[in-house]
Design a protein around this ligand. Structure first.
Ligand code: NAI
Length: 273
């Protein structure tokens, strides 16, 4: 424990169950001295176990559908009331694709589902930022982080429309980061995380095999949810106050590795030169 977030106030979205990346971020933020509000879509609250997390981290829950500007406005207003001031950090940990859920191939995407995926997983990030800016709800030098995946840069066929949606999410971090940076020195970044065993992650076709492949490629192995949370905490802290508009890979070295000895060996190739 380093007290990195002592005195800071936050909003953490997306904690569905204890496997969620957001769940780990909430636990770590609590350990590091932050006070925060937890939020999720009203429907997810009924299925999830967020009450347990709220109790453990001494935090309150405000339901909000991240596609609703009205809900997000209420979220920022109530959060400031509960926490006693402006917000210092926000985690956007929201992703959902109906096309992936229904296992529809990329070349045959259903466009209503595609629109829904964009709205929930990318436009919600713009809305969270726009509402915060309009209400002037984030403190000068505050930090906003959203979670992304490397399919935004390279093709992973099974990731279908979420690849395009994550590209949009990362672009919003850059575009909004410019404006919010100039106006209030608010930092906006995306963290591009390894495959992680969560509800959203394991819903992707062939996730288990791909998880093993990525683990074999990465020199450090796949980054788990707890280490992702640690990284997010550093981004919420003042130690990274000059980092903004970046897509930051948190993947054990996967994104910089072409092929590993382990993968070659599995293919029956002798890796020795
Ligand atoms: P998760 O399933 O635990 O979290 C996704 C969350 O999004 C859930 O809490 C869900 O209730 C919430 N959500 C969905 N629709 C919503 C809406 N309309 N309003 C508010 N919240 C809504 O899964 P995970 O993996 O923790 O996902 C968090 C983020 O991490 C997502 O953006 C995901 O794409 C990203 N990510 C996940 C990876 C993985 O392999 N699990 C890898 C890289 C990024």
């Amino acid at each position: 424990m380093y007290n990195l977030l002592k005195g800071k106030r936050g909003i953490i979205t997306g904690a569905l169950d204890e496997n969620s990346i957001a769940w780990k971020v909430a636990e770590k933020a609590h350990e590091e001295g932050a006070e925060f509000v937890l939020t999720n879509a009203p429907i997810a609250m009924r299925m999830g176990e967020i009450d347990k997390l709220a109790e453990k981290t001494n935090s309150q829950i405000i339901p909000a559908d991240a596609t609703s500007v009205e809900d997000l406005t209420n979220l920022y207003i109530k959060s400031q009331e509960i926490l006693g001031g402006k917000i210092d950090f926000v985690l956007h940990s929201i992703g959902m694709s109906v096309n992936i859920r229904k296992k529809i191939p990329y070349t045959e995407l259903n466009y209503d589902y595609f629109q829904k995926g964009i709205d929930v997983s990318a436009l919600s990030f713009h809305k969270m930022l726009a509402v915060a800016k309009k209400l002037d709800a984030i403190n000068e030098g505050g930090s906003v982080v959203a979670l992304s995946y490397m399919a935004a840069q390279r093709t992973y066929p099974f990731y279908t429309d979420m690849a395009d949606i994550k590209a949009m999410l990362e672009s919003i971090a850059r575009s909004f980061g410019y404006h919010y940076g100039i106006e209030k020195k608010v930092r906006i970044n995306t963290v591009s995380q390894s495959p992680t065993k969560t509800t959203a992650g394991t819903g992707v076709k062939g996730f288990g095999d791909f998880y093993d492949f990525a683990d074999a490629v990465s020199p450090l192995g796949n980054a788990d949810a707890a280490s992702c949370a640690d990284y997010c905490i550093t981004l919420f802290s003042d130690l990274t106050r000059m980092v903004t508009m970046q897509n930051l890979f948190h993947d054990g070295g996967y994104s910089s590795t072409g092929v590993s000895d382990e993968v070659l060996t599995r293919l029956g190739v002798d890796p020795q030169p």
